[in-house]
Design a protein around this ligand. Structure first.
Ligand code: DGL
Length: 271
């Protein structure tokens, strides 16, 4: 591989601002990489869409990222990872690898001593049963309890994060029987790390809360090393963010995430 190829950007996408939790972790683990992020805010939430629709949006975004010369595609969305991974891999083609957010987390959890795993996510992720199947394929005998928490994404996208509204919704969902008696909880939606502190508080810090950010960033690092396409530059990478619709809280929450102002552009290639 030539050095030129190593500077090609890493493409990352989500339905909205949830994927920023993955971007943040990638930035910390791989500061030299150039990143292109696409948040499909015009079609959010993906969590209540059909498989066909999620495939249509995800492959459309992949096409865009490939045209922008991305060297790898990171599906920073569980709903898209659960419903459109194969189609995204096909669209990306043989030369551009794809990372989803589910496999690295499954790998991670099955290497821990956890015996009772809870999984929360959007309806489309939970209905796919992907986490349960993949965990059981790797490790028999682990108890997996999963539950959809569909109000979390609109709550976060609307900026209800550190207040009574979010606390009461979190309490209501997490105190349900379906998800009781667990020793670890997978945040099966990339939006949820934004409310990780409140979730930790709900459990009195007694349940191990697992979010995909760092785990996925580490898996990306390994892949870039293995494929010899890691950016070895010493300066900080350039990051460009696209959204299909400008929403009030995207900019606000993005500002909360990154110290400096981000380069954000509206781009709706479906229109
Ligand atoms: N952040 C996305 C996920 O990880 C989904 C949010 C949505 O429903 O659009 O599943």
């Amino acid at each position: 591989m030539t050095k030129i190829e190593n500077t090609r950007p890493v493409g990352i996408f989500d339905s909205g601002l949830g994927g920023l939790t993955v971007v943040k972790a990638i930035q910390q683990a791989l500061p030299s990489e150039n990143l292109i992020y696409f948040g499909d805010t015009a079609h959010l939430p993906y969590g209540d869409k059909s498989k066909e629709t999620i495939i249509q949006y995800s492959t459309g975004i992949t096409d865009f990222l490939i045209k922008r010369d991305c060297k790898v595609v990171v599906i920073a969305c569980n709903s898209a990872s659960a419903n459109a991974y194969n189609e995204v891999v096909n669209k990306a083609g043989k030369t551009v690898p794809v990372i989803n957010v589910i496999d690295p987390v499954v790998e991670y959890i099955t290497e821990t001593d956890s015996k009772a795993v809870g999984v929360i996510g959007t309806k489309s992720t939970i209905d796919s049963n992907m986490y349960t199947e993949k965990i059981h394929n790797k490790k028999k005998g682990v108890y997996v309890a999963s539950m959809a928490t569909p109000l979390f994404v609109p709550m976060i996208e609307e900026g209800f994060i550190f207040d009574d509204v979010s606390n009461s919704i979190i309490r209501n969902y997490l105190s349900r029987r379906e998800i009781s008696s667990i020793d670890s909880l997978i945040l099966g939606c990339t939006h949820y790390p934004i409310i990780k502190n409140q979730i930790n508080k709900f459990y009195n810090f007694e349940v191990d809360i697992i979010d995909s950010g760092k785990i996925v960033a580490e898996s990306l690092r390994k892949l870039l090393v293995e494929k010899k396409i890691i950016n070895t530059a010493t300066e900080k990478g350039h990051n460009k963010f696209y959204v299909s619709d400008i929403t009030r809280y995207f900019t606000l929450i993005a500002r909360m995430f990154f110290e400096e102002a981000i380069e954000l552009e509206k781009l709706n290639f479906w229109k």
